[in-house]
Design a protein. Structure first.
Length: 207
């Protein structure tokens, strides 16, 4: 049995709900970064969508937070930024793959801009923590923006610089801004983890 770093916070200690991780499975579903833009059908019209990838700690909470934003059409949790091909959750738990728990988003730029998503990313977690988020400790919980284009890189760096200049946080921002690489979908039981269980509050503590 894998010993997880995810910790259950007592309800009396914190206002946000935290659940322990489910047991690791050996299967993983591989995916690739693919093109930055994609055409998808929404009702009776075709919408040109874009991708965004963020890592901000436990991907259950990251997915729940972003899925509630109007204009976010699809979310997929998975692993990216590491060296192991097609890692499983068990592999990532062992801290030897280099992957981060991440969220791949498909969004409609006509309804929500990439800049707004980046701003929300910095708001919904503590970007000053290194290789941890709350009680979850390990490199898979690092804070990172995986950009899919030069424009996304410029936007992410602009927002980070703006927040730093405004002294939004009491400590330096630790968020990595790095190119998007191969993204591996996490096991099915991780997808929409909170939604499947009727949980509407995420495990993310705001800074």
């Amino acid at each position: 049995m894998i010993r997880h770093r995810r910790t259950i916070w007592p309800a009396f200690a914190f206002p946000l709900l935290v659940l322990s991780a489910a047991a690791c499975r050996d299967e993983a579903f591989a995916g690739k970064p693919g093109p930055t833009s994609n055409a998808t059908t929404q009702g009776d019209k075709t919408v040109t969508t874009q991708k965004a990838t963020f890592a901000a700690g436990c991907f259950w909470g990251v997915e729940l937070e972003f899925s509630q934003i109007p204009g976010v059409l699809k979310t997929t949790v998975g692993y990216t930024g590491g060296k192991t091909k097609a890692p499983t959750y068990r592999d990532v738990c062992n801290h030897d793959t280099g992957h981060a728990e991440a969220l791949l988003i498909e969004f409609d730029p006509a309804k929500v801009s990439y800049e707004k998503l980046v701003e929300f990313f910095f708001e919904m977690h503590d970007p000053t923590q290194v290789n941890r988020q709350g009680p979850d400790v390990g490199d898979q919980y690092r804070t990172a923006i995986f950009y899919h284009s030069p424009e996304q890189k410029a936007t992410a760096e602009l927002v980070k610089t703006r927040l730093t200049a405004a002294k939004k946080f009491s400590r330096p921002i630790a968020t990595q801004i790095v190119p998007a690489v191969e993204f591996y979908d996490a096991e099915d039981y991780h997808q929409q983890y909170f939604k499947k269980r009727g949980i509407s509050r995420s495990c993310h503590a705001k800074p």
